[in-house]
Design a protein around this ligand. Structure first.
Ligand SMILES: Cc1cc2nc3c(=O)[nH]c(=O)nc-3n(C[C@H](O)[C@H](O)[C@H](O)COP(=O)(O)OP(=O)(O)OC[C@H]3O[C@@H](n4cnc5c(N)ncnc54)[C@H](O)[C@@H]3O)c2cc1C
Ligand code: SF4
Length: 283
């Protein structure tokens, strides 16, 4: 990529995608690999674009738009760069090199083989990994709530998760990769980057995407042969890490739901999770 191409990408984003950025920033679909995202992280990270010029271009596009687009579309974009990106940079420089060794949950499982091929029956993962292998790109929610979410629920070693993200994405440069992966997505830093682990069952993925409708697994099933693995793994993750998470006020509601389940239901969920954890490569 050249500086001219980077500027062209920024200009296309401001004209065509920024007016809807905020509305669709968390959406995932099989119909598009970048949705309304800017695809400028590589250009920013290798300094073909500066954060301030990107923000100035976006603000100027908002000011000059006719008809005007809503302010929250602009705000959603600017805060990613002036907020998250700068925050990650500070986190890296204030906590390395210790950050690279952190493993709050003491997770030690191996990454399933299909992370390197996309060959899994879980449509969300197959799609997010497939496009990552093809374009070296996935947008934030795919990285956080699909590939990252599954790795955390399955108890994968953060070293393995880091190596995968570093190897796969075109924008992966250590200071911004490790803080997002080990910190925000795997909570291996015990809460320096995020206030709670970003984990979810199938309900969130279904709400934000069209993945579940074409999946081998059934999003609403928690146990049984075709039950969506995210469901039992989610509750088993909470149960296994109860001691570490129970005091976190942002987790209280989920533990309440878990504790209200009958012993029979809870045991069935834990058993289902054990089955899936014992055959991760075959999911
Ligand atoms: C597990 C995980 C790993 C990630 N690894 C990387 C990485 O190696 N390199 C990288 O640049 N980003 C990383 N991110 C952040 C984010 O996913 C990418 O910056 C974004 O997807 C790049 O696509 P885009 O340019 O279309 O972003 P847009 O959604 O259009 O956002 C615009 C810009 O905001 C910045 N931004 C948004 N979110 C973040 C964030 N959480 N941290 C830092 N900057 C952000 C990026 O510079 C991005 O280009 C990671 C996120 C997660 C959850
Ligand atoms: S049903 Fe489960 S595995 Fe399938 S796409 Fe939905 S969340 Fe992913």
């Amino acid at each position: 990529m050249t500086r001219d191409q980077a500027l062209q990408l920024l200009s296309i984003f401001c004209d065509r995608f920024l007016p809807d950025f905020g509305t669709y920033q968390d959406a995932m679909t099989v119909k598009s690999w970048s949705v309304f995202h800017a695809r400028i992280s590589f250009a920013l990270n290798v300094k073909l674009l500066s954060p301030s010029e990107v923000i100035e271009a976006a603000v100027s596009s908002w000011k000059n738009s006719t008809p005007a687009f809503e302010f929250h579309q602009l705000e959603g974009f600017v805060r990613q760069i002036a907020g998250w990106r700068e925050y990650m940079r500070c986190l890296y420089w204030s906590h390395m090199p210790e950050y690279a060794q952190m493993n709050f949950f003491q997770h030690h499982r191996k990454l399933p083989v299909w992370y390197w091929t996309g060959q899994t029956k879980m449509n969300c993962l197959s799609h997010a990994i497939g496009q990552s292998l093809e374009y070296a790109y996935a947008h934030h929610i795919q990285r956080l709530m699909v590939t990252g979410n599954f790795a955390l629920l399955a108890g994968i070693d953060p070293d393995e998760v880091d190596q995968w993200y570093l190897g796969i994405y075109i924008d992966a440069i250590e200071w911004v990769e490790i803080t997002n992966t080990r910190g925000m997505s795997q909570y291996a830093d015990g809460g320096l980057a995020a206030t709670k682990p970003y984990v979810s069952s199938a309900a969130y993925i279904d709400k934000m995407s069209d993945y579940c409708t074409q999946c081998h697994y059934v999003k609403t099933l928690k146990t049984g042969k075709n039950a969506c693995p995210f469901n039992s793994l989610y509750w088993s993750f909470l149960e296994s890490n109860r001691e570490k998470l129970i005091a976190n006020p942002r987790m209280t509601m989920m533990y309440r739901v878990l504790d209200k389940m009958s012993t029979e239901d809870r045991n069935a969920l834990m058993k289902q999770a054990e089955i899936y954890l014992s055959q991760l490569d075959d999911l």
